[in-house]
Ligand binder design. Structure first.
Ligand code: HOZ
Length: 432
């Protein structure tokens, strides 16, 4: 790897205009040390920094790039759409075409509203849930991340945990008081809240396959139990499938795990990686959303033709073969990382679900936020540095997911495992 001199220069300059030199915290590399690489282009499974270093990418724009970076068909489709106009602020047919496709894949989304990000989707879903139930409180799980709206920044995963501010300053006490915390994979913790806060909880929001404390799959029966509990207490169940939607399967986690939520949130994955999100669900709930009903939510860029075009291109290509290959390569990578750690005598737990995985540097199983936090973040940082040096780009935080795409080949995965063997040895050397 060439010295990232140009990246350093750009980062230094960015500090004078962007807080911390970036527009989203995790990418600043604070959790892994050093300074971030500035990327000038990406194609397929590879990204290239401004100093000419090329990496096999496992960040994949944090998940949505199921078909890899910049597939040529997608780029052409966006270019054609852009020539017709980039934003209308008026309805276009692409919106209901994509909406119908989303519903066909996820039948629980009887009505869909497009927005511009997963954050917007989650905050809007909660607003509708509150209006529908006429209750104020929500239950979220420690370590789950639902974007950065105030009510979710209480023990939030992802960047909030990475930076050590899981509960952000700036969230008012009143807002925080309406967010109740439960433990992921721990139904009794939810049951206890339902009992204490009878008839005041509007919704339980959950990542059905948690990705933002690192990949943490649901324990058997956890989601089914949530479904029963919420139905019994008149509480709406919201699945945040910003990460798992279309990645876990064409119908998201809900289709493979067999649990139907009342509302679902989707993110950039339905826009083929462009800035987009959506929320939707039962028609009787969604009819409250303006202008059908009184719950206000709006956005000029919502349903914009570029994002809708990219989304249509992307969802039309969710073939069984795509998922078979993603799962096979995901399993290959997970096994390779585990072997590399064993060979170097480094304690590691690899949590995986299909094409997403997280290697946690700990000897104990990770099934919730507490056990995720027990992972050795210093070891992860050493491992990350070792991988980067060898041409592999993992996420710059222990508490994020690695993502594969259709563009990753068996050779890419093999190359990654070879790099992991060397990087694990460095972790061991540093620890002893
Ligand atoms: N919080 C995002 C991942 N779960 C990272 C966003 C970014 O830095 O782009």
């Amino acid at each position: 790897m060439k010295k990232p001199i140009r990246s350093h220069q750009l980062f230094a300059r960015a500090q004078h205009i962007l807080p911390g030199g970036v527009d989203s915290p995790v990418r600043a590399f604070q959790a892994v040390g050093g300074s971030p690489l500035f990327i000038r282009r990406a194609a397929g499974a590879r990204i290239e920094d401004v100093d000419g270093n090329r990496f096999i990418d496992y960040v994949m724009s944090w998940g949505p790039l199921l078909h890899g970076h910049a597939p040529s068909g997608l780029v052409t489709a966006i270019a054609v759409a852009a020539r017709r106009g980039t934003s209308f602020g008026a309805p276009c047919a692409l919106e209901h075409e994509l909406g119908e496709r989303v519903r066909a894949l996820m039948p629980s989304m009887e009505r869909v509203r497009f927005v511009s990000s997963g954050t917007e989707a989650a905050m809007s879903a909660v607003r509708v849930a509150r209006a529908f139930t006429r209750r104020d409180k929500i239950v979220k799980f420690a370590g789950c991340y639902h974007g950065h709206a105030d009510g979710f920044l209480v023990k939030a995963g992802s960047g909030a945990t990475t930076l050590g501010v899981p509960t952000s300053p700036g969230v008012s006490k009143a807002v925080a008081a309406d967010t109740l915390l439960a433990r992921y994979n721990d139904l009794p913790s939810v049951a206890a809240l339902c009992k204490t806060h009878k008839k005041t909880i509007a919704a339980v929001i959950v990542e059905p396959i948690a990705g933002n404390m690192g990949v943490t799959p649901p324990a058997d029966g956890f989601l089914q139990g949530l479904r029963e509990l919420t139905a019994r207490h008149g509480i709406l169940l919201i699945f945040d499938e910003v990460i798992s939607g279309f990645r876990a399967s064409p119908g998201g986690a809900q289709s493979i795990l067999g649990v139907t939520p009342d509302l679902t949130c989707l993110g950039k994955i339905i826009g083929g990686g462009l800035p987009v999100g959506a929320y939707g669900g039962r028609a009787d709930i969604m009819k409250l959303v303006a202008p059908a009903g009184p719950v206000y939510q709006a956005g000029t860029l919502s349903g914009n033709p570029l994002a809708m075009t990219a989304g249509l291109w992307s969802v039309k290509r969710l073939t069984p073969g795509l998922y078979r290959n993603l799962a096979r390569r995901g399993a290959m990578l997970a096994a390779g990382l585990a072997d590399a750690a064993r060979a170097a005598n480094v304690p590691l737990q690899v949590n995986a679900h299909g094409s997403m995985l997280t290697p946690f540097f700990t000897s104990k199983p990770v099934r919730d936020y507490e056990s995720a936090l027990a992972a050795d973040t210093t070891a992860y940082a050493t491992f990350f540095g070792g991988m980067l040096k060898r041409g592999i780009n993992p996420p710059p935080s222990q508490f994020e997911a690695w993502f594969l795409s259709a563009a990753h080949t068996d050779r890419d995965v093999e190359q990654t495992i070879v790099a992991a063997r060397a990087a694990m040895k460095a972790v061991k050397r540093k620890a002893s």
